[in-house]
Structure formats: C-alpha cells, structure tokens
Design a protein around this ligand. Structure first.
Ligand SMILES: [Fe+2]
Ligand SMILES: [Fe+2]
Length: 281
C-alpha cells in the first residue's frame, strides 16, 4: 500500500471509524472513594487543563471536519472531534461527581486556520499521549485509586492511541498529496512540530507546572515522587508498544518519541542512578 493512495486513506479512516465504542459517560458508575482518596483526587493539579484541552480539541476538530471535502476523511475527523467532546463530558461528570473544583463553563472560539490548528493539536496529542500511556500505568500501580477507575478510563487511553495513529497517517496522506512526502521534508517537519510541542513540556518540567501542557509527564511525579527518569521512560516505551498493538501493520505509527526515549535510556545506563532522577524543580 502506497502512502497517500486511496487505499491508505480508506485504511486509516476506517480503522478509526470502525473501532469507535459507543458509551455515555453520564451512565458511568463512579466508585465510592474514602475521604483521604477524595482529598488526594481533588488536590491533583491538572483537571482544569485536561478539561480545557478536551473542550478545545472537540470544538476545533468538529469545525475543521466541516472544511474537508473528502467525505470519508471528513467523517473520521468529525468522529475524533465527537470523541474529544465526549472526553470533556466524561471529565465534567467525574469532577462533578467527586466535587473537584473546576470551571466547567469555559469559553473557546476555534482559530481561523483550522487546518494548522488540527496539525498543532495532533503533534501535542502525540506527545501528551506517549507520556499519558506511562502516566496511566504508574498511577494504576501506585494503588492510590480503586481499580474500577482505571477500567473506566482504559477505553479513553485507547481512544487517544487511535487519534494519534489517525493523525500521523492523515498528515502523511496530506503531505504525499501535496508533493511534500519526501522523507527529509517529513523528518524536518516532524522535528520542527515536535519541537514546538516539546517547548511547552520542557517548560512544564522546569517550572514544576503540573497543570499546563505536559501535565501527563509531570503529573506522574504526583503518584510516584521517587520516580526516576529511567523508570518513567521505560514505562512509557513499554506502554506505547502495548497501546499500538492493535493497529494494522500497514499503518504508520508515531515512533519518534519512543525512539528518542530509547536513546535517552541508553545514555542513562552510563549515568549514576541519582543523576537519572526526575527533579520537579
Ligand atoms: Fe481526548
Ligand atoms: Fe484525542
């Protein structure tokens, strides 16, 4: 199958459309939490940012879908938008149920250049998801929360995996169709875009800003304060492979972050253990 061909388009669109799960967050049976766990849940710093990110993504992707001529691509992007809006509803249900203080009434107007907004969002979603896969497992292993919460959230993590696989294929399809599919252009373009997304992430680590962009990486520190960079990246690489297990081998997958992490892990082998510690400050 050639990237940019109709067969490629059909595969990456159908793989998103045909794996859509229908569920309604309003019907979720949220588990009872004791006072201490509730207090901890309410103290987590990232609820507001997570809600805002999902809301912006839902509105932006659904608006962008309206601009797409190809009916199959339009349907797939609109579905991603609907799933992002459902993530927002799910977070709204959770924060309401557990009385987590957030502003649910956020104003957002999508930007004029929706095509560029979808690309920017796609790269930051690849970055956030790579760390979110590891974060999710670290939070689960920490034993802070009942297992049923992770059962409720697991399909959402899989949805993000579907979105980023869709995104990297959609982007390659677009680049091929517009004659920008040659490997060097794509490599430089990818690095440039990840660079933009990474700037936010590095800023998050430096400023210990566990609420802003990059919260999926820095948020892991909340659950495992003695987490090492080595431990964190190892979990992210393993979980990324686990989340990518279900996709057709002909589809592109976001690989860059996993490859960089494996390079960093090789370097860390040569450092004394204490230097490989993640420092929130
Ligand atoms: Fe989402
Ligand atoms: Fe998503």
């Amino acid at each position: 199958m050639r990237l940019g061909s109709p067969a490629h388009r059909d595969l990456f669109c159908r793989s998103l459309l045909e794996t859509h799960q229908s569920y309604d967050p309003a019907t979720f049976a949220w588990p009872e939490l004791d006072e201490e766990t509730l207090h901890f849940l309410r103290s987590l710093p990232f609820w507001q940012e997570a809600l805002a990110t999902e809301k912006r993504a839902g509105i932006m992707a659904q608006a962008f879908a309206q601009e797409i001529d190809d009916p199959l691509v339009r349907e797939a992007v609109a579905l991603q938008g609907a799933e992002e809006s459902r993530h927002e509803r799910l977070l709204a249900c959770l924060t309401r149920h557990y009385e987590i203080p957030v502003n649910l009434d956020l104003a957002y107007h999508p930007p004029a250049d929706l095509h560029q907004a979808f690309i920017d969002f796609g790269f930051s979603e690849c970055l956030d998801s790579f760390f979110a896969f590891g974060f999710f497992r670290i939070a689960q292993r920490s034993g802070f929360f009942p297992e049923v919460l992770f059962t409720l959230f697991d399909p959402i993590i899989d949805e993000e995996a579907r979105h980023i696989v869709f995104f990297v294929n959609w982007l390659a399809y677009e680049q091929e169709r517009h004659g920008r599919g040659w490997p060097l252009y794509r490599g430089v373009n990818t690095l440039w875009n990840y660079g933009k997304a990474l700037r936010h992430l590095v800023g998050a680590f430096q400023g210990a800003d566990t609420a802003g962009t990059g919260f999926t990486a820095t948020g892991a520190l909340v659950f495992a304060p003695d987490l090492t960079l080595r431990g964190f990246l190892t979990t992210c690489v393993q979980e990324n492979a686990y989340r990518m297990r279900a996709f057709a081998p002909e589809l592109l997958q976001p690989r860059l972050l996993s490859q960089i992490s494996q390079m960093v892990l090789r370097v860390l082998q040569w450092l004394p253990r204490e230097q490989a510690q993640i420092s929130p400050a």
